[in-house]
Design a protein around this ligand. Sequence first.
Ligand code: GLC
Length: 344
Amino acid sequence: MKNILFSLAFWALMVLSQFTTPVWAAPTNTSDLAFQMNAQMGRGLNILSADPVWRDPAKARMTEKHFAQIKAAGYGNVRIAIHPFGHVIDQKTFALDPQLFTTLDWAVKEALKNHLIPIVDFHEHHAMGNDPLGKKAMFLAMWKQIAEHGKDYPPEMLFEICNEPNMKPEIWNELQEAARQVIRESNPHRTLIIGTINGNGITFLKDLKLPADDQNIIVAIHYYSPIQFTHQGAPWSKNNKDLKDIHWTGTEAQQRAVMADFDVAQKWSQENHRPLTLGEFGAYETGAMKDRQLWTDFIARQAEQRGWSWSYWQFDSDFIAYDIDHDHWVKPIQDALIPPAKTH
Ligand code: GLC
């Protein structure tokens, strides 16, 4: 009897699925959902981190056509950086300016329209890192608003709780769990992204505590090693701003260093049965383009070989993959991210 019921249910589902066109197949459990979502995310770009669109839509650098271009170039996700702390209209309730949501809705809808998975990334790592517990009430009040606002978006829209939480592990575990609970009240089935402390460091995966009963989570790491190469001459990088002529030519030792780091992450992922996304990686413009291309290609392929999704830092502003001012892809970087198909 059980078998008959099961097979009836199975065929009913099969028939139903002919009439709906889900972007992803209905998963059997939430852990599968996070893994499937991660596979669907594939390759992506960080977008809108410094775009004037957030202050004045008339001044937008990124426009509708860029979303279509990103899709056409072969990407599957866009990680949208939002800076909610700069959009508070009431210091008592931490109410967010409706304009923030108008712009966020625009970006999310453009992404979805182009079949790109939008990741809403709470990009307030400096302020959060300076005083994480002092910011807790504001952080949670904002997540409540963002989550409630986004609750009716399709499952392909993801929330990332906090970019690069730079704080003690026990404090981050307290904050991310509190935020997760707030989000789950209005978004019980949405896939969430939760990263590790200290620049989303791989070595801190071991400190991340996630609830066993919530498997609908993708874990985020970032990679900028060797930092002396990727951040040489970067004015905001205290230890590296005066460096120049630091090369990455893909020597065996250089490649091994990356692979050793990635293997640590992969081991953690397998042991903990959590999918990984490489949410940021990139080498700043002051490095030699040839080296940057080699490094970017190597990092992306290594991530892919391990089944991780990734989002390159970033589309516009700095580390650019696309030159908005001249309206073209930065070819060496774009070719490194999405290798052109070989012609014979
Ligand atoms: C960081 C941040 C981003 C910054 C980039 C390059 O880790 O997430 O805001 O611009 O990486 O340093």
